[in-house]
Design a protein around this ligand. Structure first.
Ligand code: ACO
Length: 334
């Protein structure tokens, strides 16, 4: 059986920085509340008039990842694109990437698993490579949150958390079974679907209803039961990391770098403490980018790699928790 390893990574975030103080000018919030609760200092939001979308940003990140992998776009034989903020209801962003990068007529799949989206996408690509079906798969996570947030005081509990951006990697076949993705672990619990959700627009709430002028309808904006999400996140993160370690006969002492989904610095710090990891063993960048959902892990992993924090032979653990609820982990020998 083959193994899969990451051969190139890239990320793209819009230049436009939105600080907590900027948000305090448009809603009743403040820097101290946001930093104390979430660790976020600023985020990137696509500015008005920009051409960027989830697919466009994904394509920008993908070009960098492909170049760094030493391959060309014609070597890629499949695309997996994770996002909760696709450019269109349909078709998906994966097919748009195929066109934007002028790639061959290959398959493209969209993954809709929110904050766990990148790990679901990575796992899907890993299975295709392990079975021998594909050799080089482009895996992308991208989010355009800022156009769909409630930026008034009404939406402040959610609106301050999210940022825009994209990350991508190329996953390639290797015959070295000691390197690459050792295992992935995926879960969901749909009974909590309505605890972190955007209900409208959807097939259930379609055009006639939308046109009926419901100014007070908040179902168009993300809703989150933040405390329930927090409580479940810390439990599921721990479980799914332990499962990944146990599956590979490893312990937390073997971890060289842990890159958690960037939902909240407090969650990451809680997990860091629970697994007794020091600051050098954990990479966080939510302070600069906010929660970029399906893009956050691959943006953080790429940035860590660019800073020389991911070295040959390192054990890298990725984990995520989010809407669905869904959660996942990946254990990688670099
Ligand atoms: N600025 C100022 N005050 C605010 C803000 C704000 N931006 N937002 C809410 N408040 C107020 C509330 O109105 C409330 O006031 P009250 O006590 O007078 O009613 C108070 O602050 C406390 O609000 P809570 O919502 O209870 O705050 P909490 O301590 O739970 O923190 C947070 C909220 C940061 C969202 C936290 O619950 C959290 O991080 N949850 C987990 C998030 C997560 O992991 N999400 C998963 C990934 S996302 C995805 O999958 C799409």
């Amino acid at each position: 059986m083959y193994n899969s390893k990451i051969t190139g990574m890239g990320f793209y975030v819009p230049d436009n920085i939105v600080t907590n103080d900027d948000l305090a000018k448009i809603m009743d919030t403040n820097d101290a509340w946001i930093q104390e609760r979430t660790g976020i200092q600023e985020r990137r939001w696509i500015p008005e008039g920009s051409e960027d979308t989830s697919a466009v940003m994904g394509a920008k990140a993908a070009r960098i990842a492909i170049e760094r992998s030493g391959l060309t776009k014609d070597d890629i034989d499949f695309i997996v694109f994770a996002t909760l903020s696709p450019d269109y209801f349909f078709p998906g962003c994966g097919v748009m990437i195929q066109d934007m990068l002028d790639m061959q007529t290959i398959g493209a799949l969209d993954v809709r698993n929110q904050c766990s989206g990148f790990l679901y996408a990575l796992s899907t690509a890993d299975q295709f490579i392990k079975t021998g079906m594909y050799k080089n798969i482009l895996v992308i996570g991208a989010e355009y949150h800022s156009n769909a947030l409630d930026k008034t005081t009404r939406g402040r509990g959610v609106g301050v958390l999210f940022g825009d951006g994209a990350g991508a990697c190329v996953l390639s076949r290797t015959e070295d079974n000691t390197k690459g993705i050792l295992s992935t672990h995926l879960y969901s619990q749909g009974k909590y679907a309505d605890k972190l959700i955007v209900k409208t627009p959807s097939i259930k709430h379609w055009v006639p209803e939308i046109l009926a002028g419901k100014e007070d309808d908040t179902s168009y904006f993300p809703y989150m039961d933040g405390q329930l999400v927090f409580k479940n996140a810390v439990v599921r993160f721990s479980e799914v990391i332990n499962e990944g370690l146990n599956a590979n006969n490893l312990t937390s002492k073997d971890i060289d770098l842990f890159v958690p989904h960037q939902a909240n610095l407090r969650i990451a710090q809680f997990i860091q403490k629970r697994f007794k990891l020091n600051d050098d063993q954990v990479y966080n960048n939510i302070m600069k980018y906010g929660n970029t959902t399906a893009a956050s892990i691959i943006i953080a992993l790429t940035e860590a790699w660019e800073k020389g924090k991911v070295k040959d032979g390192d054990l890298v653990v990725l984990a995520a928790f989010g809407s669905g609820f869904t959660w996942a982990s990946a254990v990688i020998r670099w």
